[in-house]
Design a protein around this ligand. Structure first.
Ligand SMILES: O=C(O)CCC(=O)C(=O)O
Ligand SMILES: [Fe+2]
Length: 183
């Protein structure tokens, strides 16, 4: 099914994606944060790293920025040309296996502004990405593979939610880089 117009899918956008994955998996300062929901503290089911100018707080976790490796900045420069947008930060996710996931959410923190453009690059193993329209409940799914780019803009965060569900299928690690403008 065709995606809503505020999601633009560009498969195979990254050149040399295996090399970029290998460089970044070692260079990024991964950590596993805790989140507290309804008084219960659990570990986020994936590794993350926030690279930007300022601290980023989401789900009650304050993330201090870490330095961005050169390979990450090189991708950002190419992305800015592709998406006619500028980015000043990147939230990286590492899904170690099928038990790692991100549940349905919108990236709607106030610092991202109204109708943010978020450029999301996938590297490593292919994983399912699901989109749900908040009001109608209509769903879409994409299998994001190594080198794929998904640009989310306009009402993608205000009207839709997205997720990477857990899978029982044996699957290797997947990295996702979400470039954002954080004001
Ligand atoms: O891993 C993905 O493809 C999505 C990650 C995501 O939605 C996020 O970091 O906000
Ligand atoms: Fe997201």
């Amino acid at each position: 099914m065709e995606l809503p117009a505020c999601f633009r899918y560009l498969p195979g956008w990254v050149e040399d994606e295996d090399r970029v994955y290998a460089a970044l998996v070692d260079a990024i300062a991964w950590e596993q944060n805790d989140i507290t929901i309804a008084g219960r503290t659990i570990k986020i089911p994936r590794l993350t790293c926030w690279m930007g100018d300022a601290a980023y707080t989401y789900s009650g976790v304050r993330n201090e920025p870490k330095p961005a490796p050169e390979a990450l900045q090189a991708l950002q420069r190419r992305l800015e040309q592709e998406s006619a947008a500028t980015y000043n930060s990147c939230l990286a996710n590492l899904y170690r296996d099928g038990r790692d996931s991100i549940s349905y959410h919108s990236d709607d923190e106030p610092e991202l502004g109204d109708r943010p453009t978020i450029a999301s690059i996938s590297l490593g193993a292919r994983r399912r990405f699901t989109i749900r329209h908040q009001e109608s409940g209509q769903r879409w799914q994409l299998d994001l593979g190594a080198g794929d780019l998904l640009i989310m803009k306009d009402e993608s965060q205000s009207d839709y939610r997205h997720a990477v569900p857990k899978t029982r299928t044996a699957v290797g690690p997947r990295m996702n880089l979400t470039y954002r403008w954080f004001g």
